[in-house]
Design a protein around this ligand. Structure first.
Ligand SMILES: [Zn+2]
Length: 449
């Protein structure tokens, strides 16, 4: 594994981010599970039917992000589980004008081993009235249900159940005693409340007093059939380009009239595309409006433009996103973009503004070490090695708020497909598999200094 980790560190520096598929970790020789670890596995296997029933109950409660009562009800269901396991639980309220339900926090404050932060979310993208079926078991040819379609089955109530089942098995064998574990299930992951400094303030505080953060978003299986986890996720940020030109008769456009705002905007965007190029960096102009009168409504992402073919346009607005691997890459990209913006065509000028949203989860040596331990736990349990998902292939997630402060790994949840779509599905057996991997990892981390 050491060689692979070293090779990956090039990625951390943002130099050679050319990862096409899930990275293969070097095969490790599986060790035997200790007797306690074997009992943990047996507990998880024995509890599989109850795990599926917990998932069913949680999925049948609609918890679209805006359905605050539903999110709270799912929170109550999971809170009862953590209470039963001896965690101290509380509901974190958010300011009412944020219009989000809040978060569930469950904690054990012992003295032993690494301090863990486990992350999940209670909300889904499916609001009340969604036409997506809530819970649809899919029997195979032999009548056995191997897949379940439904609202939030894999994103991510399946992952929440994996957390509960892993901790339940640890509790049954007495392995939770004196551990330091915080579980945070957020109520607004799919559309985090603003400002994020408040909606994610508690998460950041807990991350600062933790050693390792594990997030249970859906686990990914690569084309080669190997499971893969996430050691990095790109930031989400936004840019806004405002371009001005001189309004004049179109016949003067290449001369005294100046080029106008539309040519200037086209020059800038094309120069961005051709000159601001780095592996792992993308920016996408999502909407553009130009003419002599332009208005844009940010809340609804919609606008209007007025202009005439015989008039040089005097204004253009462009809104886009910007995704980067780490702050160094952000700063280089923004500096390059500002230079390009400043090289105005005659008669035009422009200004660009940037706004950060999710911080990047950079690929750090610490994250790779957690992946290595996770992969070893999986192999020791006979469940195969775990590869690495390329950071640029995942969208934003809650773990990014914790990642700047702790070693972090994401993708420990259940496997499925079609997240956010009417075809969202879950592979039933993956709950047990992921719970076993997570429980062994948590057991070992909570016994390390
Ligand atoms: Zn999710």
């Amino acid at each position: 594994m050491r060689r692979t980790v070293k090779a990956m560190l090039g990625l951390a520096a943002g130099v050679a981010m050319q990862v096409a598929a899930a990275q293969q970790p070097a095969q490790q020789t599986p060790q035997q599970l200790s007797p306690v670890e074997q009992r943990i596995v047996a507990e998880i296997r024995a509890h599989a039917p109850q795990a599926l029933e917990l998932l069913r109950q949680s999925v049948l409660i609609n918890s679209g992000t805006m359905n605050q009562a539903g999110v709270r009800a799912v929170g109550k269901l999971f809170r009862d589980q953590f209470d039963e396991l001896g965690f101290k639980t509380r509901w974190i309220e958010l300011p009412s004008d944020m219009q989000r339900a809040g978060h569930l926090l469950a904690e054990r404050r012992g003295k032993q081993g690494k301090r863990l932060l486990l992350l999940g979310h209670l909300d889904t993208v499916f609001e009340p009235g969604s036409t997506t079926p809530a819970w649809e078991p899919q029997p195979g040819p032999d009548g056995k249900v191997t897949t379940i379609k439904g609202q939030g089955v894999s994103d991510m109530k399946g992952g929440d159940v994996v957390i509960v089942e892993a901790l339940r098995a640890l509790q049954r064998v007495g392995a939770l005693d004196d551990t330091r574990i915080a579980v945070m299930l957020t109520g607004d992951e799919e559309e985090a409340g603003n400002p994020k400094s408040i909606s994610r303030g508690d998460m950041v505080d807990i991350a600062k007093r933790s050693d390792v953060a594990l997030s249970f978003e859906g686990s990914i299986t690569g084309k080669d059939g190997m499971a893969a986890a996430t050691v990095g996720r790109r930031s989400t940020a936004f840019f806004e380009l405002e371009v001005k030109g001189k309004q004049a008769h179109s016949m003067g456009v290449f001369g005294p009239g100046g080029y106008g705002a539309v040519y200037e905007a086209a020059r800038i965007l094309d120069a961005f595309r051709q000159q601001v190029v780095e592996p792992g960096l993308t920016f996408n102009p999502g909407v553009i409006l130009g003419g002599t009168e332009v208005s844009f409504d940010d809340e609804h992402s919609r606008g209007t433009a007025f202009g005439k073919t015989n008039v040089i346009a005097n204004t253009v607005t462009v809104k886009g996103d910007l995704r980067y691997l780490d702050y160094g890459q952000r700063d280089r990209a923004q500096a390059r973009m500002r230079e390009i913006v400043a090289r105005s065509l005659p008669g035009a000028s422009a200004a660009i503004n940037f706004r950060d949203s999710y911080p990047p989860m950079a690929v750090t040596p610490g994250n790779l070490k957690v992946l290595e331990q996770y992969s070893r736990a999986s192999q020791d349990a006979g469940l195969g090695p775990i590869g690495m998902v390329p950071p640029e292939s995942r969208g934003a997630g809650d773990i990014q708020f914790a990642a700047p402060y702790v070693d972090s790994l994401d993708g420990l949840g259940a496997s499925g497909g079609g997240a956010h779509s009417p075809n969202e599905s879950l592979e039933v057996a993956s709950i047990e598999r992921s719970a076993i991997r997570a429980a062994i990892l948590i057991y070992r981390l909570t016994r390390q200094d």
